[in-house]
Design a protein around this ligand. Sequence first.
Ligand code: HEC
Length: 390
Amino acid sequence: MTLLRSAASRALLALALALAGCAGQAAAPPQPLAVQPVAWPPSADLGPVRAVADDGRRVVLFHDGAAAVFVDGALARVERAPHRWVGAAALPAPDGHGTWIVGVDAEGRLLRLPSQGALEPVSDRYGLERAPVRAALGLGGGGAAFALDGEIAVADGATVTRYATGPLATFAAGGGRVAFALGDGLRALDVATRALLSYPLPDGPAPLLAVTGAGRLLAATSAALYEEDAAGVLRLRLRASAALHGLAVSGDRVWFADGDELGVLDGTGARQTRGARLPRGGKLIGSPSGDVWLLASGALRRFSPGDAAPAWDDLAPVVARACAPCHLPGGEGGVDLSTPAAWTTTTSLRESIARRVLEERTMPPPGRALSEADRARIRAFIGRMRPAGP
Ligand code: HEC
């Protein structure tokens, strides 16, 4: 049952002003990045793609009048319905169990695409009543955020809180924070504490925003990319070589588009492709797999860092810490999950892992925490696997 806590909470507490640091240290010259276009099955003759929702295992392409569902990279079904889509997302279900794939249509309707059956309107399930929805985003850690007309709504399963913002230019969410750009700068709302931080940018309003799984804000103008530091100050990370026009968080990775090149930010620096020849004006869309989608003029492409396919080495420490206590051979978990073969050979076990760990979140059992970063590693590893055999 959803309670509507406040119609338009203006209680924007703790308005803290963090002055952007014009740190003298610009990022080091980018090292070249190799990317691989990932073969992606086209959804036959459905026309231009308008929006993409990706929960790591399911990818849904929203076309005018149809939604094509891919599971583990294979087309599973096409649902036809006369909607013009403007957005899509994989959101935590309102009751917190599982993930819902939703589309946002041009009339402001929020519709869920269930694994079977027709699209169903779900605005009321998230406590949004009749407000037109313009965009929907997962908050990370269980909630969802919605851009309404001049308002943001945050639904955490128990309550819905609406914040009057005025017209929104851009909107991003992650790690329990919602970021948005208004005429005079950036704001980031911490959903748990309701603290609102305000960030002026040295060179004008930011057209691109993203929030990492850890809740760190990233903002880019066409000239430069900034990242929030531990003290909540936006620091220059990179100056554009051409013009920045895309920014997306994919699992632990931050992707950007600069002119006709793609780049990723890592620990300290940034790497950029040479000669990727991206179409301009495309939109980058994050994927929990760590890959990135590029949607340009209705055409969808997917890229993977050529040199960083998730390997067992990434996953092994997570398994040792979070699963092995119960999932060694003969362990109380009943199935051995301690070897790469256990994770890669059987499709049904992989599906069971995806369901129990990523969707239902019933593994590890209650009382045993699993961080979002660990979950992203598990998602990246199994998301890359394809069903074995014919
Ligand atoms: C505290 C012990 C414990 C930990 C830690 C644990 N599990 Fe389990 N797991 C169990 C038990 C007990 C079962 C069998 C009962 C059940 O299905 O709930 C099980 C069942 C499962 C199943 C279903 C197996 C099947 O036959 O389909 C999967 C998948 C699974 N666990 C994955 C994981 C993963 C992945 C991790 C680590 C991220 C993990 N578990 C951590 C105790 C644990």
